[in-house]
Design a binder for this molecule. Structure first.
Ligand code: TYC
Length: 107
């Protein structure tokens, strides 16, 4: 933004007072998969490929991590995207009668 005034010889003078626009970085949320004793390993791998765009190798590694440690990171997203992923995974598992659970937490 510039505050301009007329110079005596017809020129326009001004002070440049441009400020950066106010942008806020959105908070990010981790989407986590939880282990259970019943959901088949292959189903979990499929979920990671389908909803988290993981390749086969990454999907298998994440699934095994969850199987061994109890919880694992699927991805980091803005609030609404994370919430949608959690809902989609739980719905998909329910429809296939698996108890697979998915949750999100602020990063
Ligand atoms: N523990 C399951 C089994 O032995 C496999 C599994 C892995 C389940 C990851 C859920 O998020 C999960 N069949």
């Amino acid at each position: 933004m510039a505050k301009n005034g007329q110079g005596s010889n017809g020129t326009t003078t001004g002070i440049v007072t441009k400020t950066r626009p106010k942008t806020k970085k959105p908070s990010l949320y981790k989407v986590l998969l939880l282990n259970d004793d019943y959901t088949p390993m292959e189903f979990v791998v499929h979920v990671l490929e389908r909803f988290f765009a993981k390749g086969r190798e990454d999907a298998v590694a994440i699934m095994l991590h969850v199987h061994q440690k109890g919880v694992g990171l699927c991805g980091v997203y803005t609030y609404e995207v994370a919430e949608t992923k959690v809902t989609q995974v739980i719905d998909f598992a329910r429809r296939h009668q698996h108890p697979l659970q998915c949750t999100m937490e602020k990063e």
